[in-house]
Design a protein around this ligand. Structure first.
Ligand code: ZN
Ligand code: ZN
Ligand code: FE
Length: 763
């Protein structure tokens, strides 16, 4: 007889881990017990030495699908001669914490029941089990138990309670377990009428088919939905939302339906059907283009598509043999956070939606749909939220408790504890009161949920970021250190950290984005850094060019193009038709005198300039639009390129601009020029990295910043760097855009504060 005391940490609660342990113990004739603690799962196991060994191995090898085990620690214990294996009451451990599962798409077993007329949950829109359903969005606190979720208001009926308490049942301790008799209900509000239950779902589907716009309450917030194959409906949605060009996401019924419109690689298919069920940006099939209304994604060669991920979505998509693809865009007013509350929906979406498909399961934390791209075999997060948050990123070292507040656009924040970095759900652009509220309440929630009291606050160097102001004020009020982190340093540290880089040696960081505050007070964004977590140097960067009108120039890329032309000694001759003669004259004065025209080394702005110069994009209504549309027209077969010029530390784009202009004048197609430009940037990265590698001896390159959302550029750059013998790190867990910034801020603050404290001690 041997006995072991075992402690398991990771995402092990609310994912069917205890029933799994119970079943396993019975199979292997192990006696003892298992229980949840707020720090993980504790097990006492006794049996023959062989049985105990098999038990320990199977704990990790056979764990249920949603469990994520970080650590199994075990020690010998005294046998207590148990005669059975039992599941014990949860034990609270003071100040302990544990990771929480994200919300997960409805599982195959629940789907089968949903479609089975004999099942008591037939067509029940809130069917779930321990392997699927809501988690993060309804958890108010830990331990994860029903009274601490938004399901607390739905007392279980006898049938549900029996399943909930039966260790052999798939719904054992599934906190959101519910059925039509005891659980949340769905209804449709249309004009003054209310339709309840299944008829609500069927009527909603009917209205969608008839071209209406519906607000549909989902897992992490409301969507606005309409038939994506109905051009009038889609244009009307654009008009009502006041959204000019930013692409809408789509929901399609099955992978086969998606394949009618898009090219889906094996890796992309895996992502689409994964429990996280993100929006995946897929290349459009030429043949399928006719079906989806052009207004869904103007100027794009990709579509953002997801599969139905809640039972309610499934019921809608499967209505009458199959709903056409639906637009499913965040239910919000312009740039405000996604609406989660029924009253707020009536109030804020009333003008946008013809009807509301509502339910009474409260959403405690909003999460937007996540957006992913795939390049080669690798995943590239564009927005990390539903299905991913709040999975932690494992850090390569133990960290102080830190709060990193992130940036201004696409904000996310991060809190650290031990070797975990908990990256928040997508907060959004910090430009209105509602988003800032969501930011502040989100921080309070994460600190409570993971029992973290920050001892350091990290923030971006930019003095005007709203997150910066929050950080400085809070650090001051709390009397704790605040660490300002340079924007591009944070990007590079972020990609290093997600790869578990220990930071014991610097890497060559290539950080290309739209804008970030430099240590010299100018705007950076085309940076080569030699960086570790503790610090960085800036050995090379794009030669700064004036940005007439500051950041506002990005709305009219022709203004940026004009500035680049002047900097290159060129005079536009009809190429910039988007600018009147008067505008050009004003711009010239503005640039020459430096009036409200800060210098920037931004690579994003160079993409904007080229996009305008070749006639691809002249006005933008969302961040990165000109660059995204430039990528979309790239001719994949073109191999030509233009030369950048190196002048000391500065990389001069003038020869590239001159060559682009010459090609435009020679009538070369935009797709060819766009390809040559992408090739030029890739070649320049390769050349500069090779040079920096030769000087420094460094063999690792980290790519980060919003420009690296561009998979065409990644696809051209990575092989060049690989052939040159570099190890290349790209983002796979957090976004390369400012949505990943907080992770980098956190690790930089962790390392610099540790050094500071060590210094203080030795003094
Ligand atoms: Zn399920
Ligand atoms: Zn029930
Ligand atoms: Fe950035």
């Amino acid at each position: 007889m041997r006995a072991k005391s075992i402690h398991v940490t990771g995402v092990v609660q609310g994912v069917g881990f205890r029933p799994f342990v119970y079943t396993l113990a019975r199979r292997l004739a192990i006696h003892g017990w298992v229980r949840n603690t707020s720090a993980g799962v504790d097990i006492h196991a006794e049996g023959t030495p062989e049985a105990v060994a098999s038990f320990l191995a199977a704990l990790t090898n056979e764990a249920p699908p949603l469990a994520r085990i970080d650590r199994v620690s075990e020690q010998d214990a005294a046998p207590e001669d148990f005669t059975a294996f039992e599941i014990r009451e949860s034990a609270a451990v003071e100040n302990a914490f544990q990771p929480i599962s994200p919300d997960m798409a409805v599982c195959a077993d629940c789907l089968r029941e949903l479609r089975d007329p004999a099942d008591r949950r037939y067509r029940y829109p809130f069917i779930n089990c321990t392997n699927c359903g809501p988690r993060f969005t309804l958890i108010k606190d830990i331990p994860y138990d029903r009274p601490l979720t938004t399901m607390a208001v739905f007392p279980m009926c006898d049938a549900c309670a029996a399943e909930y308490h039966d260790p052999a049942d798939r719904r054992f301790h599934a906190q959101p377990v519910a059925c039509p008799a005891c659980g949340p209900q769905v209804w449709l509000e249309h004009g003054g009428d209310t339709i309840n239950g299944d008829a609500a779902v069927r009527s909603a589907a009917e209205m969608l088919r008839a071209g209406k716009i519906l607000a549909i309450k989902g897992l992490g917030g409301f969507h606005l939905a309409c038939d994506a194959t109905n051009p009038e409906a889609v244009s009307e949605l654009r008009r009502r939302k006041g959204r000019a060009a930013k692409p809408f996401a789509l929901m399609m019924r099955t992978l086969d339906v998606i394949r009618e419109t898009c090219i889906v690689s094996e890796q992309e298919a895996r992502l689409l059907i994964s429990p996280a069920a993100p929006i995946v940006l897929l290349r459009r099939l030429q043949a399928g283009n006719g079906r989806i209304a052009p207004d869904v994604a103007p100027g794009q060669n990709t579509l953002g598509v997801m599969l139905p991920y809640t039972p309610l979505h499934v019921l809608i998509m499967e209505d009458e043999g199959g709903m056409p693809p639906l637009v499913m865009t965040s239910g919000n007013r312009s740039e405000e956070p996604i609406v989660t509350d029924n009253d707020a929906a009536r109030d804020q979406l009333g003008e946008l939606a013809d009807a509301f498909l509502m339910h009474n399961r409260e959403i405690y934390i909003r999460t937007d749909d996540s957006v992913m791209r795939v390049h080669g075999e690798r995943e590239l997060p564009i927005r990390r939220s539903r299905g991913y948050a709040p999975y932690p990123v494992k850090l390569p070292f133990e960290s102080l408790p830190i709060l990193a507040v992130g940036g201004e656009m696409k904000n996310t924040f991060c809190v650290t504890r031990d070797d975990y970095a908990f990256m928040s759900h997508h907060i959004g652009d910090m430009e209105n009161y509602e988003t800032i509220q969501s930011f502040e309440s989100g921080i309070a929630h994460f600190e409570r949920l993971f029992r973290i009291t920050p001892e350091v606050i990290a923030y971006d160097l930019h003095p005007d970021y709203r997150a910066t102001r929050y950080a400085v004020a809070r650090a001051q009020a709390g009397g704790i250190p605040a660490v300002a982190v340079q924007h591009h340093h944070a990007h590079i540290a972020s990609v290093m950290a997600e790869h578990g880089h220990p930071g014991d040696r610097p890497v060559i960081g290539v950080c290309f984005d739209g804008t970030g505050y430099g240590t010299d007070g100018t705007i950076w964004g085309g940076e080569f850094l030699i960086a570790d977590y503790a610090g960085f140097q800036r050995p090379a960067f794009l030669k700064p060019v004036r940005l007439p009108g500051g950041d506002a120039a990005t709305r009219k890329p022709a203004r940026i193009a004009y500035s680049y032309l002047i900097a290159s000694g060129e005079v536009p001759d009809g190429e910039l038709a988007a600018l009147s003669a008067v505008e050009q004259k004003t711009l010239r004065t503005q640039i020459e005198r430096g009036l409200n025209s800060p210098y920037t080394s931004s690579m994003g702005r160079l993409f904007d300039a080229v996009s305008s110069l070749i006639g691809v994009c002249q006005t933008t209504s969302y961040e990165g639009q000109a660059a995204i549309e430039l990528e979309a027209v790239v001719d994949p077969h073109e191999t030509g390129l233009y030369p950048f010029e190196r002048d000391g530390q500065q990389i001069d784009s003038a020869p590239v601009i001159q060559a682009v202009l010459a090609d435009v004048r020679a009538g070369i197609p935009a797709g060819v020029i766009a390809a040559r430009f992408h090739n030029s940037v890739a070649a320049m990265i390769h050349e500069i990295c090779a040079r920096l590698g030769a000087i420094s001896g460094l063999r690792e390159v980290a790519l980060s910043g919003g420009v690296f959302q561009n998979v065409t550029l990644l696809g051209k750059t990575i092989p060049l760097l690989g052939d040159a013998g570099f190890t290349v790190y790209t983002h796979q867990l957090v976004p390369p855009n400012d949505g990943g910034l907080a992770l980098g801020q956190a690790v930089i603050a962790a390392v610099t504060q540790k050094e500071e404290r060590a210094d203080a001690k030795s003094r």
